[in-house]
Design a protein around this ligand. Structure first.
Ligand code: R5P
Length: 300
């Protein structure tokens, strides 16, 4: 949040977040926001307190007569639970949307939403930014001539990510794409991981939106190496790094893991990891929303 404010040349509005003795959250905005265009920045990854703080601050801003309240959610947690695909499960992403609207948000600004159609859970405007320009800038700093489509290929680590991989490939020098197909032939039989596409002798950008336990992406890296892939660079927008994800990524056959800072960590990452700053992109989107400018131009 500090990075966004620095980009915008403004101060973070004074506010306090504290606890009652039993752990209940208490928030207060410590200066007037009457008539203001308010942006509340919070990713909604666990702990659940992150979501509650976001909702409570929106309620506080609404009751303090803010003119408009936007939730800036760099990582939209619960987005993976976007359908009822088993009996008796919630559609958590939809519930989050309802909670945010009820709390008083007028619009949402987020980055690489797990599925575009989650926007339909909201009846308020949602701007979903893509981190691709940030990854492209990073790649250009490492490979000033860009990536040659004869040498490099983009791989999605699962079938669900193929649309994302295709969209990113168009923006990254029209690189060809391949994907990993994971199948469990029978219950309790080990998963078969198959590479669809020719990666032999190719350099790979292995791309996903989220790295959680790193199981998906590290298994994909092993499968690619087995199929004869050469250099492997992992890129994902949201690095959650749960459990022993860091260890898995350290050990798997990739030379680098590139993520953005949509999720903050209070631990140091090993040298193989690169964390790209998303604040400039968010600041520019906030500036445009405030002035009524086009946000879609940031997608180019
Ligand atoms: C799944 O649909 C997502 O795009 C990611 O592939 C998934 O969340 C990664 O999870 P994990 O790192 O735990 O395998």
């Amino acid at each position: 949040m500090v990075g966004i404010c620095e980009e915008l040349g403004i101060e973070v509005t004074k506010h306090s977040v504290s606890r009652f003795a039993d752990g209940e959250i208490f928030v207060q905005i410590d200066e007037s926001v009457r008539g203001d265009d308010v942006f509340i920045v919070q990713s909604t990854n666990p702990p659940a307190e992150n979501i509650l703080e976001l909702l409570l601050l929106a309620d506080a801003a609404r009751r303090a007569s803010a003119a408009r309240i936007t939730a800036v959610i760099p990582y939209f947690g619960y987005a993976r639970q976007d359908r009822k695909d088993k009996p008796r499960v919630p559609i958590s992403a939809k519930l989050m949307a309802k909670l945010m609207e009820s709390a008083g948000f007028d619009r949402i600004l987020t980055v690489d939403l797990h599925a575009d159609q989650i926007q339909g859970f909201f009846d308020i405007p949602v701007d979903n930014l893509y981190a691709t320009p940030i990854f492209k800038k990073y790649l250009l700093s490492e490979f000033p001539m860009g990536l040659n489509p004869e040498e490099w290929i983009i791989v999605s680590p699962d079938v669900g990510g193929i649309k994302r991989a295709r969209t990113i490939a168009e923006k990254l020098w029209n690189l060809p794409i391949a994907l990993i197909d994971k199948r469990r032939p029978k219950p309790n039989v080990a998963e078969v991981v198959r590479v669809i596409g020719d990666v032999k002798g190719k350099n790979v950008l292995l791309i996903d939106d989220i790295i959680d336990t790193a199981t998906t992406i590290s298994n994909a890296a092993y499968a690619l190496r087995e199929e004869g892939a050469n250099r492997i660079i992992i890129m994902a927008t949201h690095g959650l790094f749960s459990g022993n994800a860091i260890e898995k990524l350290e050990n798997c056959p990739c030379e680098r893991v590139v993520v953005t800072n949509t999720v903050n960590h209070n631990f140091d990452l090993p040298g193989k990891f690169v964390v790209l700053d998303i604040s400039q992109l968010l600041a520019e989107a906030i500036r445009r929303i405030h002035r009524g400018g086009s946000v879609s131009q940031l997608f180019l």
